[in-house]
Structure formats: C-alpha cells, structure tokens
Design a protein around this ligand. Structure first.
Ligand code: FES
Ligand SMILES: [Fe+2]
Length: 373
C-alpha cells in the first residue's frame, strides 16, 4: 500500500524559482562543524563549511573559537599551527599569532602587532557534544538559537553519534528521510513494510509528516524488536504496527521521532546536513540518535553494536540512492524529478524558500518549474 496523498499542498504561488539543487543553505543559522571531543585542549582542528576552511581552536583554558583557516600572511592553514599559552593560534610558517577575534597580535621577527587585515572570526558555540559556527552575518548570531538536541544528556536515553560524508546536495537528504514511501529499498533489512501517511503539519519554518507502518511479509528484525519491543506478528497477515514515526524538518535541521502506542518517545534522531563544498554537493551529516533505555538498561548496552550495524546498513542503502540521485542531476544538468507526494513537494518549497540560490543558479523557465515542482 502506498501512502495516501490527500494532504493539501502549495498552490504553486510559492513554488521554487530555482533548481532546488542550486539552493545553498541559509548561512544565518548555527551549523555543527565538528564533535567537541575531536578538538582537544591546546590544539587546533580543521573543519569546513560550504567551501570555507575553518580553524577551530581550543585553548588550554577557555572556550573554543573559530577562525577562517587561512593565515593573513600567506594563507596557509592556521589549523596546522600551535596554540600558545595566551590561547592564540600561532601559524606554523612564520609564527604570526592570532587571537580569538582573528587579529594578529604578534609577528615574532618584527616585534610588532597589528599588521592590518585580520582573519575572519566566526561566532562559535559548543552544545550537546558538537561545535557550532554561525557562517552568516555575525550580527545576527545572538538572535538565532543554537539548536536543542533534546535527549542528549538525558539519562533515560542512550545516544549514538554518527557523521557520514555524502556525495550529494543536502536537499536529497531531507527528502530521503521525510519520504517514508521508500521502504521498498530497505526490504532486505526490514522485511516488507509499507508506510501509512497519517498527516502533516506545516509552519513558516517547519514541515512535519507522520506515518505508521504495517508489515506485509517477513519477520521483524531483532534490532528493530529491541527498540520497539517484539511485535506478535501473525504469519501471512498484514500486521498493524502501532508506533508513530514523525519526521520534521525545522529549517535547517531534521528530526525523526518514534512514539510507541502509549505515546512514549522511544527513539529520537536529530541530524544536520552541513555543506562542505562551494556548490554544496558534498554533505557532512552530524547525527545524534537517542534510544530510550528499557527497564533493564544493560539490555540496550548489549544490543548496541547490533543496533549500530542495523542502522548502518539501512543508512548505506540510503547513501547509495542519494548519491545516485546527485549523479543523475549532474549528468542531466538539472533536476528532472517528478514529485507526486504532497509532503515532499511541500518540503521542497520549504527548502527552496529558506535557502539562498547559489551563484550559478538561473531562474527556471515556467515549464521547467512545473516539472521541478
Ligand atoms: S604564513 Fe602564516 S605566519 Fe607566514
Ligand atoms: Fe531510507
């Protein structure tokens, strides 16, 4: 059974005016660029956002900060430098030292400071085991909240971090997770299950779709049973599965929550798709998957590796697909999608209206717009 497609969608007045894969992420949000644990005290670390190299610097004492990863002198990466006892980063080449604001405070062989143009400093925050930067207008940073990743640190949940790199535009990732009509792809991992679309909610900056699932053949995988509890499937009959899966894009982040039949939150996934390259066709995902601990929490610890393998296998199937979608876009020179599911059409509109056309984007002709929907 396919998901119902009865929900309302945009009339077209707000339809995207550009090819969706040429829409960059809005930089005026907080984006994770590294796990906290990777940036050690007294060290610098190389990260990237949309073609911009970023040096994350953690002094021995005090908060981590972010600079453009190019020395003002000869543009070699500051992340190759050393962090001095004042918390400044000293470039590895001639030892110019830069402070948290990106100002050069020492040129060792001239005995002077302030050599003119500073390196760019990015607002930087640390939360939930992630280091976030604000790549847009720094004046806006304080007015935009760093995202809440609800179950991280909640002792009732066990959380797994993951950060795969994908050769595709971030919009393919939002579509892939939001569109639960692709369970056919995962039939080898999960057996034959079909999605039932229960409804959607929309707001200025979000879209949420809810589904339940029914198993039509095959058995419940063990790892799935560990999260949801064992379903008592009857051989050969379509089984209702009572959990509700809610997928929500709250621009620019995405979450997937599963509530059991009593309304308890049993799984909570938060993910941010961070563009790495200038045209944003390579994505670094930062994900946190929290699973509610069962009554005997050690059971979840025991099952953890199997659960990891199960989610990894499913993810690898999705990865192959989204990378093939991106390859087709490149070969065809644009988006030829025929999108029929109102939720995904609405998602495309959300992503297109909140993002920023890149420098190669040309407004679509009216006929092409209808196809690209
Ligand atoms: S290149 Fe950085 S100090 Fe010379
Ligand atoms: Fe999938």
């Amino acid at each position: 059974m396919q998901a119902e497609t009865t929900a309302q969608e945009d009339s077209g007045a707000n339809a995207p005016r550009y090819d969706l894969r040429q829409i960059d992420c809005d930089p005026n949000f907080w984006y994770p660029v590294a796990w906290s644990r990777k940036v050690r005290p007294g060290k610098a670390f190389a990260a990237r956002y949309a073609g911009q190299p970023i040096a994350l610097i953690r002094p021995e004492y005090g908060p981590v900060y972010a600079l453009e990863d190019r020395c003002a002198h000869r543009q070699v990466p500051l992340s190759k430098g050393v962090v001095d006892d004042k918390g400044c980063v000293k470039c590895c080449y001639h030892g110019w030292a830069f402070n948290q604001q990106g100002h050069c405070v020492t040129v060792p062989y001239l005995n002077r400071e302030d050599v003119g143009r500073p390196v760019r400093a990015f607002p930087c925050r640390e939360k939930s085991g992630l280091i976030f930067i604000f790549p847009g207008d720094p004046a806006l940073a304080d007015s935009v909240p760093v995202p809440d990743i609800a179950q991280v640190g909640n002792p009732e949940y066990k959380t797994r971090q993951f950060n795969p790199r994908l050769k595709c535009h971030y919009t393919f990732m939002h579509e892939n997770l939001m569109d639960m009509n692709h369970q056919f792809l995962h039939r080898r991992q999960m057996g034959s299950i079909t999605a039932r679309f229960l409804g959607q909610d929309r707001g200025e900056n979000f879209l949420e779709a809810r589904y339940s699932f029914a198993r039509t053949a095959g058995n419940q995988p063990l790892a799935e049973a560990l999260i949801f509890g064992r379903h008592h499937d009857l051989e050969g009959r379509e089984q209702p599965v009572e959990e509700v899966v809610s997928i929500r894009t709250t621009y620019p982040y995405q979450t997937l929550q599963i509530h059991d039949k009593d309304g308890d939150l049993i799984m909570d996934l938060w993910v941010c798709y961070v563009p790495l390259g200038e045209t944003q066709q390579i994505t670094q995902a930062f994900g946190l998957l929290s699973v509610k601990k069962p009554k005997w929490a050690f059971l979840l610890d025991l099952a953890w590796p199997a659960l990891g393998l199960f989610t990894h296998r499913i993810f690898e199937e999705d990865r192959e697909i989204v990378e093939m979608e991106q390859a087709a876009w490149r070969e065809l020179g644009g988006d030829h999608n025929i999108e029929v599911f109102p939720v995904v059409r609405n998602l495309r509109t959300l992503l297109a209206t909140h993002g920023v056309p890149n420098r190669y984007a040309q407004p679509l002709a009216a006929t092409a717009q209808a196809t690209a929907g």
